[in-house]
Every structure is written in C-alpha cells, then in structure tokens.
Design a protein around this ligand. Structure first.
Ligand SMILES: [Zn+2]
Length: 83
C-alpha cells in the first residue's frame, strides 16, 4: 500500500485508497540536511519532524523539480544510481 502524504490538508493517497483517484508518486525526505530544511520550511506543521517513513506526494512539486532516479543493482550486489 502506498504511503500517505504528510502535508496537512493534502489528500494525496487518501482518496486513492477508496479507489476514486489514481495513486500519486510520493517522495521520502532527502538525506541532505539543507534540502530537508527547505522541505520542512514549506510544510506548515509545527513541532514536527519527519520520520524515516514520512513522505510528500508529487502534488507539492513542480515537475521540473522532480529528479527521478533509477537504481540498478549489479550482479555483485553493488548499486548504480543514475539520474
Ligand atoms: Zn501531498
């Protein structure tokens, strides 16, 4: 089951569970602290910090801001990430 968006008031993936809308893509918070603080600044939630399972849905991003990455796992177990 897809994760629900953590932005207050956002219905991303709530309605989808009722099969009325398609699922949205969701994004985990970045590991980069600077980027993460930018995300937090645009989410109006007080006294809150994201857990490792918190996600934001694609409704809150411009398409141009989304960098999709694909990870290829090689046969020796190492991973190659390309953007
Ligand atoms: Zn959302």
């Amino acid at each position: 089951m897809p994760k629900r968006c953590c932005v207050p008031g956002c219905k991303g993936n709530y309605e989808a569970e009722l099969r009325s809308t398609p699922y949205r893509s969701v994004f985990r918070f970045p590991k980069n602290e600077e980027l993460k603080s930018k995300w937090l600044a645009s989410i109006p939630r007080k006294n809150w910090s994201p857990s490792k399972d918190s996600v934001v849905c694609d409704a809150h991003f411009q398409q141009a801001e989304i960098v999709r990455t694909e990870t290829y796992v090689l046969q020796d177990g190492s991973a190659n990430t390309e953007s």
